[in-house]
Design a protein around this ligand. Structure first.
Ligand code: ATP
Length: 383
């Protein structure tokens, strides 16, 4: 068990600033997720904690001890990479047992070792593979065994780099539910890297969103989902991506779509008449009327230009004024291409950002308070 503190961490490769002045405090036993697109600096951050890259500036502290200059094998961290490092000549069972036989963990009795291995193999669904050799495994199975090798080993900190990336969507969803239940993990500080926002929302006690090596936002899944700090974070979470519309404030409302429709200025957003803003509306927060009996809030009417079934939802492209809105509908409203739809969006689901090119900041403290239903389970259900 240990805290992890990064202070002013920086690392460049030539002209590429992989990590820029990154400071975070990770609590003892916390499940901390680093989320960002490819090249955001996630792996470099993880390797800096492990001691696998020499940082250019800043410090890494584990359990109150500055380990910036300490060799990796003396940091007592266990790291799983996206690629799977297994001994080819050993069975799965031997691969899993070997980290427990090293000097540092030699204090475990055979019974304790067996218990740890049993727990991890059950959680990862690999106990039927114990006698096989790595060459006899699929990529997904190999990845789970490699993750198992990390998790059987008691460590102060687990560092996991996209450990579920080679699993199919169904198995990944099942595994992320199981992972958090795993005793070893629930007690050990874990830093988990992913570019999958659903994985981040499901697993993280807190999430740090990185962009081009810099921290953009840090908070609980609830914070990040409900109050994205800027349009980059808002776009990074949610599939399909959040709708971003240019608007102008007038009489306490925001006119959108060239004046074709408007939404109220949400509580906590300090803007004046004439101000230009950008409004973010998530596809899963726009409800076709009829979908929910108690819908209130602004109503918008538009024409469906495209209706595409995605699993249990139908993704609608709706022309409203001069704008194209993406809407996730349940498909039960009988909406067809070419038809008219009326939609509502609740005031607390309206995100307001500064006007401008590129990514811009959230305005005001925004919504999030007083919301009584929904929550992140709604996010999952909507996907
Ligand atoms: P991904 O999700 O694709 O793994 P990431 O967020 O983990 O990306 P990093 O692997 O940390 O990103 O890389 C951050 C930046 O640093 C990238 O632009 C990458 O090309 C660069 N980089 C990383 N390692 C090296 C290296 N050893 N030599 C040169 N450039 C590197």
């Amino acid at each position: 068990m240990a805290t992890v503190t990064l202070k002013g961490l920086s690392k460049s490769f030539g002209k590429t600033h992989a990590v820029r002045d990154l400071s975070v405090d990770i609590a003892d036993g916390e499940f901390f997720v680093i989320l960002g697109p490819s090249g955001a600096g996630k792996t470099t951050t993880l390797k800096s904690v492990a001691g696998l890259v020499d940082v250019d500036g800043g410090s890494v502290t584990i359990g109150g001890k500055d380990v910036t200059l300490v060799e990796p094998y003396n940091r007592n961290v266990a790291m799983a990479f996206e690629s799977y490092a297994l001994y080819p000549q050993k069975t799965v069972s031997e691969n899993l047992a070997s980290p427990l036989k090293s000097g540092r963990t030699g204090k475990y009795t055979d019974a304790q070792q067996k218990e740890r291995i049993d727990q991890v193999t059950t959680t990862l669904g690999i106990n039927h593979l114990l006698k096989r050799f790595p060459r006899e495994l699929s990529n997904g199975q190999r990845q789970r065994v490699a993750l198992g090798r990390v998790l059987v080993r008691p460590a102060d900190v687990y560092l996991l780099d996209e450990p579920l990336s080679h699993l199919d969507a169904k198995l990944r969803a099942a595994m992320r539910a199981e992972l958090k239940q795993l005793g070893a993990m629930s007690k050990t500080t874990t830093v988990y890297v992913t570019h999958d926002y659903q994985e981040a929302l499901a697993l993280g006690d807190r999430i740090a969103v990185l962009r081009e090596g810099a921290l953009v936002q840090i908070g609980t899944p609830e914070d990040i989902w409900r109050r994205p700090a800027d349009t980059f974070v808002a776009r990074a979470l949610g599939q399909p991506e959040i709708n971003l519309l240019d608007g102008e404030v007038e009489d306490g409302r925001i006119r959108l779509g060239g004046g074709a429709f408007d939404v109220p200025v949400p509580a906590g957003v300090d803007v004046r008449g004439g101000d230009r803003v950008r409004v973010g509306l998530r596809p899963c927060d726009i409800h076709v009327v009829g979908q929910r009996a108690d819908d209130s809030g602004p109503r918008l009417t538009g024409t469906v230009t495209l209706a595409e079934r995605l699993g249990r939802n139908v993704e609608l492209t709706v022309g409203v004024g001069g704008e194209q809105l993406i809407v996730l509908s349940s498909g039960r409203e009988g909406v067809d291409e070419g038809g008219q739809v009326t939609m509502t969006v609740a005031e607390h689901d309206i995100h307001v950002f500064a006007a401008g090119e590129g990514d811009t900041s959230r305005l005001g403290t925004g919504h999030g308070s007083g919301r009584t239903r929904g929550g992140l389970e709604e996010v999952e259900a909507a996907q």
